[in-house]
Design a protein around this ligand. Structure first.
Ligand SMILES: *Cc1c(COP(=O)(O)O)cnc(C)c1O
Length: 364
């Protein structure tokens, strides 16, 4: 059977290996498996959220509120934007998919960083667009600008902090860059880890309101999957000028967010204490990874997120290391498919991290 030609050269996206598969493949008990591969919040989610969703469970016959008014109100007061500036997706992933279909086709070019979130390329391929990558591994906005002038892309993705490297852009540099981009080019600023960056360094802390008030061609993406600890709920959002949001809405399937997820995300926004505590603990634990790397003489990339990228030396191999860890029930992310001899480790709880250092020390 023949399928869509655009899919021929594509591979399936492999998310961090699920615990369930490690149980099957290696016969390890679920309680002995530690997953530090998908940048989830190791402290779970707010207790308020857990309480709130209990009431919903008793009443699931009705379709969700498709206006999403409660979550939109919560997001609009959090970010001081209007409801018409918000679109909610099944993860911010889905918002990326919408905007690819809204703006790009076979004749389009998409400009991305050399090493960045894999879904930009995957969705670009769905619509047959050409991918232009920078050569620099860190977001180099001068190079972005040079390629923008040369290639005239339809969409530019800035991922700050960037996944899987963890580095973040200075906000004033982002604004300087955006000042030079014409209104026909859509710029996506993916802030999946912005809560972490904002906590660590004010100069990296982007205010989406400022962004979308100033630029009609920019969309900001956020998610509940990372700092809010709701990866299993699949909720993300895009904030942009009304004209962009209106186009994205044409692509949105009805009821794309479940009742449970809408409630969880709305309540999660009200518990800032939970998020702040998780982030404070994250950076406290991150310090241990920095010390570990120093002791083992391996390089790290300074991280503004809840993960850290360990760049291995030539005599070490990231695929071998991650496979060995996997056999012991420790799931991390091998970055060899990104062309890096490195692993990305989500910063876990104190106990999880200790276990990582113990296991990794057998190989490094
Ligand atoms: C995790 C992540 C997302 C989106 O996650 P969702 O779970 O789909 O909301 C988007 N961008 C980056 C860079 C991420 O790391």
């Amino acid at each position: 059977m023949k399928f869509n030609k655009k899919l021929q050269s594509m591979r399936t996206y492999e998310a961090g290996k699920p615990i369930e598969l490690v149980v099957r493949e290696f016969g390890i008990e679920p309680k002995d498996i530690i997953k530090l591969a998908s940048n989830e919040n190791p402290y779970g989610c707010s207790l308020k959220v857990q309480e709130a969703v209990k009431d919903i469970v008793a009443n699931m016959a009705l379709y969700p509120d498709d206006s999403m008014i409660k979550l939109k109100d919560a997001l609009s007061s959090r970010f001081e934007v209007e409801n018409k500036n918000i679109i909610i997706g099944s993860g911010s992933d889905q918002v990326i998919e919408f905007l690819m279909h809204a703006k790009a086709d076979e004749n389009s070019k998409i400009l991305i960083n050399s090493v960045t979130f894999a879904m930009y390329e995957i969705y670009a391929r769905h619509v047959g667009s050409e991918i232009i990558r920078t050569s620099s591994q860190k977001h180099d906005l001068d190079e972005f600008y040079m390629l923008y002038k040369k290639e005239n892309p339809d969409i530019i993705f800035l991922c700050t902090p960037n996944n899987p490297t963890g580095d973040a852009l200075d906000v004033n540099k982002i604004f300087e860059f955006l000042d030079k981009i014409d209104g026909e080019t859509l710029v996506v600023v993916d802030g999946a880890y912005m809560e972490y960056a904002a906590f660590k360094d004010g100069s990296k802390s982007l205010n989406p309101k400022e962004l979308i008030q100033k630029y009609e061609n920019v969309i900001y993406l956020g998610t509940f999957s990372k700092a809010y600890g709701l990866g299993g709920m699949r909720v993300g959002y895009g904030l942009a000028d009304e004209k962009i949001i209106k186009e994205l809405y044409k692509l949105r399937p009805p009821f794309n967010i479940t009742t449970l997820s809408l409630e969880a995300a709305s309540v999660a926004l009200s518990d800032e204490e939970f998020v702040n505590n998780s982030i404070a603990l994250n950076f406290k634990e991150m310090k241990r990874y920095e010390d570990f790397a120093k002791k083992k003489k391996i390089d790290i990339i300074e991280s503004y997120t809840n993960f850290i990228t360990l760049c291995l030396n030539n005599n070490q191999n990231s695929t071998q290391l991650s496979n060995s860890l996997l056999q012991k029930g420790m799931i991390v992310r091998d970055l060899s498919s990104y062309g890096m001899n490195a692993i990305r480790v989500t910063v876990g709880t104190n106990e999880q991290n200790s276990r990582f250092f113990e296991l990794a020390s057998e190989f490094i």
